[in-house]
Design a protein around this ligand. Structure first.
Ligand SMILES: [Zn+2]
Length: 264
């Protein structure tokens, strides 16, 4: 798999004596989480695994060189059962995925590390990363964090419709890959599909509503796309990568500096 993580930030490029020399209390270890799953007719299965690495790599370029912040290898497989039925989707069950994160956490805790952050680029992993961050905090006393790869950055120029319901193989993901790996994007194969419209206020929502329904992609999106990639461009991809990297770098530094819980 391609990587944008600077070599000096690759935890797995160290030998064990170099790891042994890292400051245990302060070093922040980052686990990127992605997926191998269908992304419509125009994007590769590895889109989310690539994006996790790409966005973390861009963020790490902005982190001061002297801070001990390292990326572990990406957990490329995620919980992707919403995309089952599309050839190429490879999903872990929730229990397997959580066990993988737990074992990574147990391993770094056994080596004495105290800070672990999950950096996620696949929506289906989000709730599980949240659960596991708290479980690792409880089980090992580690300081754990979890964040989305876009780090809450405001992405200028997206329509309200795309911002809310561009979920998957959308304008943003397509633009990121047009900027980073244009050879993996089939720009002749775009399809457009929205799961809901911003102007229609239904009591039942696919996401973010008061009442949400559980959806499977095959029920609602024949091509596998949820969003509109037709306005994607490499220029937008570069702009949004820069915006996300800036926010994510600030978040990584804040996690590195985070020391004390609030004490009443
Ligand atoms: Zn994706």
């Amino acid at each position: 798999m391609k990587s944008w993580i600077p070599d000096a930030r690759q935890f797995a490029y160290l030998n064990w004596k170099q790891v042994d020399a890292l400051p245990r209390d302060k070093t922040l270890l980052v686990v990127p989480t992605g997926a191998i799953e269908q992304h419509g007719y125009h994007l590769p299965l590895a889109t989310d695994a690539l994006c996790a690495d790409l966005l973390l790599g861009k963020a790490l370029e902005l982190v001061p060189a002297e801070l001990p912040i390292y990326a572990l290898p990406t957990v490329c497989y995620g919980k992707s059962n919403e995309h089952i039925g599309f050839p190429g989707t490879i999903s872990m069950s929730a229990s397997t995925y959580m066990a993988v994160l737990r074992d990574i956490g147990a391993s770094v805790a056994a080596a004495g590390f105290k800070k672990l952050l999950f950096f996620n680029a696949h929506g289906g992993n989000m709730q599980l990363n949240d659960v596991m961050a708290r479980d690792l905090r409880a089980e090992f006393g580690m300081r754990t964090f979890h964040m989305g790869a876009s780090a809450g950055a405001v992405l200028e120029g997206l329509s309200a419709q795309e911002r809310k319901y561009g979920f998957h193989a959308n304008e943003v993901e397509t633009s990121w890959l047009l900027a980073a790996t244009p050879e993996l994007v089939d720009t002749s194969a775009y399809t457009v599909n929205y799961i809901a419209r911003v102007e229609d206020e239904s009591i039942l929502s696919p996401e973010f509503g008061a009442v949400n329904f559980a959806w499977l992609t095959r029920d609602i999106a024949a091509s596998g796309v949820m969003g509109d990639p037709t306005n994607a461009s490499a220029e937008k991809g570069e702009m949004w990568l820069a915006a996300c990297a800036k926010k994510a770098a600030a978040a990584l530094v804040a996690a590195y500096e985070y020391e004390n819980l609030h004490k009443p």
